[in-house]
Design a binder for this molecule. Structure first.
Ligand SMILES: Cc1ncc(COP(=O)(O)O)c(C=O)c1O
Length: 386
């Protein structure tokens, strides 16, 4: 007898994670792989953060649950961080600590929307947005963002399309393009959402990783927005699985109930350890020149046909590049690059199911050695396949 399985079997896999798994399998057989597939810093957080975690492990309170929205001390420190960076102090009671921002999206979607509601997302965009929406019965409305429009989603086209979405989810800096929304444009987008009654969810997890000034938060311009952030990128704490949301007043109760029932609380010792991260801006900022140098090396060292249309990449640590001059099948190309040259990259289909077959995403969060070796290997391999 065939037993029922959920329609979630139709959800596409997260290709970056699959490439990482394939790369690790090859490494287990002794192959040397340069990892440019997953967006995670190759450097650990500073020692004081690790010591704060060790000290937390010595406290009895660390070994139980925290309250569902997270330990007040961390939420208060995050509120102070907004004062440090943006000059605003959100009410810490509106801040929720989540197991990675990934669960922050789940909470936000469940708190603000019902099955069947539409949420507009820019394409290319982070795959988990649309995949998680599909799993929850939400409908992603894809707004194209193209290289010749500086990869900005066209909101006026959305407004004139006849059906406004219930929500819109945007990221700045964006994954995979690295595009940063200028403060003026962000204010404009926030105003557009208010005028049209559309709930804004703003993914700010790459904040701090910008190469031309810090930029501001959407919270300044839209009090109804849900702001999502994480310790995974700027703070180099990817495996700690900690993120946060800043909730508007009308969603705090919903979010709390969902958190209680979905995961009870984020990992408690990590919450205590994470407080120390906000004393380390200098150490975290010190990684920016390396990321920027890695990006510049890729742009200077890869052949022109590998660098077709690409975004300016002035934030995050990704280069999203059109390789159609070399291959019409970026998925196959990425597989060969991994197996034949030992360089792991992510096929664009992860980010754009229509046009992504022409693109690759390269993460430049790794060490200089990783980037320079990858460039040499890509150049060497391309001469063998011509
Ligand atoms: C744009 C974006 N949002 C959210 C996430 C999820 O990150 P985490 O769950 O580690 O906070 C990622 C991870 O790469 C991302 O690129």
């Amino acid at each position: 007898m065939t037993l029922k399985i959920g329609k979630t079997n139709q959800i596409p896999a997260f290709l970056a994670m699959q490439v990482m798994q394939d790369a690790q399998r090859l490494e287990a057989t002794g192959q040397d792989i340069m990892h440019l597939e997953v967006g995670q810093p190759s450097t650990p957080p500073p020692d004081v953060v690790n010591s704060a975690l060790s000290m937390a492990l010595g406290r009895t309170a660390s070994h139980g649950y925290s309250v569902a929205l997270g330990h007040p001390a961390l939420r208060q420190r995050i509120s102070a961080h907004y004062q440090d960076w943006y000059g605003i102090t959100p009410d810490w009671n509106h801040i929720a600590i989540t197991p990675g921002s990934s669960l922050g999206f789940a909470i936000s979607f469940l708190a603000a929307f019902d099955a069947g509601d539409h949420i507009a997302i820019a394409t290319p965009g982070y795959p988990a947005y649309r995949n998680l929406m599909a799993a929850l019965g939400l409908v992603p409305d894809l707004i194209p963002a193209r290289a010749d429009q500086a990869w900005m989603p066209d909101l006026e086209a959305l407004a004139s399309s006849g059906r406004l979405p219930d929500g819109i989810l945007l990221a700045s800096p964006a994954n995979p393009t690295g595009v940063v929304i200028a403060d003026d444009d962000l204010a404009e987008i926030c105003g557009w959402c208010t005028r049209h009654g559309v709930r804004l969810i703003m993914d700010e997890i790459y904040h701090g990783l910008t190469y031309g000034g810090r930029g501001t938060t959407a919270l300044k311009f839209n009090q109804d927005a849900i702001i999502i952030n994480s310790f995974s990128k700027y703070f180099c704490m990817t495996g700690w699985r900690l993120g946060w949301i800043i909730l508007p007043d009308d969603l705090v109760d919903n979010a709390e109930k969902i958190a209680q029932n979905l995961f009870i609380s984020a990992p408690t010792p990590n919450q205590f350890g994470a407080i120390a991260a906000f004393d380390c801006y200098v150490e975290f900022d010190a990684h920016l020149p390396r990321y920027q140098d890695n990006r510049d090396r890729l742009l200077a060292g890869l052949p022109a046909e590998f660098l077709g249309q690409h975004a300016p990449a002035d934030g995050a640590f990704y280069l999203y590049t059109d390789i159609s001059a070399i291959s019409s099948n970026a998925g196959d190309f990425a597989r060969r690059l991994l197996h034949e040259a030992g360089v792991a990259v992510t096929p664009g289909a992860d980010f754009d199911q229509t046009e992504g077959g022409r693109f690759l995403r390269l993460s430049y969060a790794g060490s200089r050695h990783t980037i320079t070796t990858a460039i040499d290997r890509i150049n060497g391999w391309l001469t063998t396949i011509k």
